[in-house]
Design a protein around this ligand. Structure first.
Ligand code: HEC
Length: 140
């Protein structure tokens, strides 16, 4: 009986350690998508100003790839507003892409600002800044 209980506790503890590690990996991966988002939005802004449609299109695709991962992250945690912010940003970027392909670079730049508001909405709801300036994920 004691042995069984001991084993059960050990299993639980091992499970907790694995879970904590998995969560850390998740964060590093998540942060990778976000750092890429930041750099790619900056590049996209530059490419729209330069009226480089091909490069702008590549940036949009990269952002949408990142956002698909971000959306899945929130989906798997059943956080519906997180999913919606990621979707809104994705649709906004589709708008940027459509305007870019028509050569309407100024309108595309304006649409990008709108898409970025969806990034900002999620940051307000789910991003926390620690005292050292680093960011955290707020699930609730
Ligand atoms: C569904 C929610 C959500 C969406 C949508 C979202 N973000 Fe984030 N973002 C977060 C969270 C949570 C963090 C904090 C964790 C982190 O730093 O990665 C974050 C962090 C960041 C960071 C800081 C990364 C770091 O740690 O240095 C940048 C830059 C960023 N996001 C850019 C963007 C841009 C640009 C978009 C839109 C194209 C976007 N994000 C869309 C939730 C979101």
């Amino acid at each position: 009986m004691k042995l069984a209980l001991g084993l059960a506790v050990c299993t639980l503890l091992a499970g907790a350690v694995v879970w904590a590690q998995a969560d850390k990996t998740d964060f590093a991966e998540y942060q990778g998508w976000m750092k890429s988002n930041g750099a790619t939005v900056a590049d996209l802004t530059k490419n729209l100003t330069a009226k480089d449609g091909a490069a702008a299109h590549t940036d949009v695709r990269k952002l949408q790839e990142n956002l698909a991962m971000v959306m899945a992250y929130w989906q798997s945690r059943n956080v519906s507003d997180g999913v919606r912010f990621a979707l809104d940003a994705t649709y906004g970027l589709a708008q940027v892409d459509a305007l870019t392909s028509q050569g309407k670079f100024d309108d595309a730049a304006a649409a990008l600002k709108t898409a970025q508001a969806s990034c900002g909405n999620c940051h307000m709801a789910h991003r926390d800044k620690a005292a050292d300036g680093s960011f955290r994920i707020k699930l609730k």
